[in-house]
Design a protein around this ligand. Sequence first.
Ligand code: NAD
Length: 285
Amino acid sequence: MRQEIGVKSRAGVVGLGAVGGALKHVLEFYYDVRGYDLNGEGAWEDVLDTDTVFVCVGTPGGSDGRLDCSQVTAVLKDLDQEAYPNPVVIRSTLRIGFMAEATARFPHLRLVYSPEFLRERSRLQWSVCPDRIVLSGEERDIKVALRFFEWVEGADILVMDHRSAEIAKLAHNAYIATKVSFTNEVEEICQRLGADPRSVMEVVSADRRVRSPEHLRPFMGPYGGKCVPKDTMELTAAARDAVLLRAVHEVNERAKDRARADSRGDRDIAAAQSGDDVAPPKAVR
Ligand SMILES: NC(=O)c1ccc[n+]([C@@H]2O[C@H](COP(=O)([O-])OP(=O)(O)OC[C@H]3O[C@@H](n4cnc5c(N)ncnc54)[C@H](O)[C@@H]3O)[C@@H](O)[C@H]2O)c1
């Protein structure tokens, strides 16, 4: 396989946490990959000698509800200073409007946004088999970026403008948050009115329009994990008047209170934490 697909292409990965580490691991099957992380892994100079750099640094939630993209900006600044000539593909989740700002601030960088959708607790499987690849940027840069995903089978390739890609990434996590909160609200209603939430949600999920029963099981606790809360908050804070998402947040806060007060053994809070179990899968190929 390594012989067939782009053996000469060289990829750089900056930020080797959950997302960058998984990306590097998977790309290494097919390409020459150089990783760099502030924690001491790899060397910055090696990353510069590549055909594309993937930026996978953290974007934590800020106190105003918006995502803090300063780590991404710092990497772009460094790449700009080095006059990096090839596409720079940002995989980190961005605050809405970041790509427009970055394009204006770093006009010489060939910026592509390609948000990551993996689930942290099974990140290697998700990296090997993504459901979709989202890309925004100049056509010629997207083409180069896509060379590094030639091995992907069966995923939708979705090309759009920067703003749509930014919102799409957040909307996906907000949808998960909404689904979890819906289940939590039905669970609470059932308990208050004397019904069995398991039977009720079994009926809801046994429907071809609803399909996956994931996140529709009662007693899974509030939504959590590293990304779903902060990304949902970014969309809510950026929109200012997102009535439904504000309610979703409120329902989740109530679910947190109930989880704290409820010490029943059948409450599987971890199931709702969309990805904080970091055990890597045994087999990834
Ligand atoms: N973890 C997930 O499940 C997940 C899923 C999809 C998207 N995302 C998004 O992907 C991004 C990365 O998430 P993560 O979970 O991998 O974060 P992480 O905190 O696990 O890893 C980020 C890494 O970047 C490194 N770093 C920071 N600044 C750097 C710099 N200037 N140069 C080199 N390395 C630097 C840090 O040392 C750290 O190891 C975030 O925007 C996150 O929202 C995460």
